[in-house]
Design a protein around this ligand. Sequence first.
Ligand code: R1P
Ligand code: URA
Length: 284
Amino acid sequence: MINKLADSELVLNDDGSVYHLNLLPEDLADKVLLVGDPDRVPKVSKYFDTIDIKKNKREFYTHTGTLRGERITVMSTGIGTENIDIVMNELDALVNIDLKEKEFKKEHKSLELFRMGTCGSVNPDIEVNNMLVTENVVGLDGLLHFYQDYKFENEFSKNFLEKFPYEKIKPMLYFSDWAEDIADYYADAKYRGNTATFPGFYAPQGRQLRLKALDDKFLETLNNLGVSNFEMETSAIYGLSKLLGHKAITVNCVIANRRRGEFASDHHASEKMMIEWVLDRIIK
Ligand code: R1P
Ligand code: URA
């Protein structure tokens, strides 16, 4: 493996910060909350005791400070796994690459990553305004096909791959390797489930406005294969965390029940409830 990275591969800004996140190593805490919506960042950091760093570029907004005395970062990722590709690689570079020398550090550092997002349930019994922790994730987005593979199998993934009927979509399955620690943080989440991550919000998630989706029975088919909810980031977070040696766990607030056609009546209130719920649990 080449150790010294070329300027075109590890791109830095003039101040030495990583290209898209616009952060220096000292701007980042070891505990990082990942949220999709940039507007959610101040809604989270307003609970911090102090906010010491505020930086942004494009859709990536970062606030770092302390909460109950512990250092913590909240960062927006925008929508989708292609943004997570950037977030995960640049977060990892901040802790595991010497940015001045452009060389890999000898000691590996593992970050603790907490995605806090919103999702739609495809199990009619999973009700809106509740927290759902992702144990297994099915990536239907394709990002991880571009990385070296790793073999992961459990009962859920074997059954899913055996029965998945859509030939042109190539699923990749991952799981939270933090499963044993989930109990430490999120033991009282109402739901634990298997999430599917998609490269879009409409037809990829079976929504049909003026365009027809792949299959009218898409939601039922995936639910019958054990999928509980749909969103747009977790496969890349779990897959790249596994490959890069970080720990990640996703909690999504269910804001849509797709099978019953319901949407949370006040999704700002749902978001606030989720933020308070997560912050109370990840830093006690
Ligand atoms: C779609 O509206 C967005 O909401 C969900 C999806 O994953 C996608 O990013 O997550 P966030 O609420 O974190 O943005
Ligand atoms: N986010 C998604 O990606 N899908 C939903 O249905 C709701 C939130």
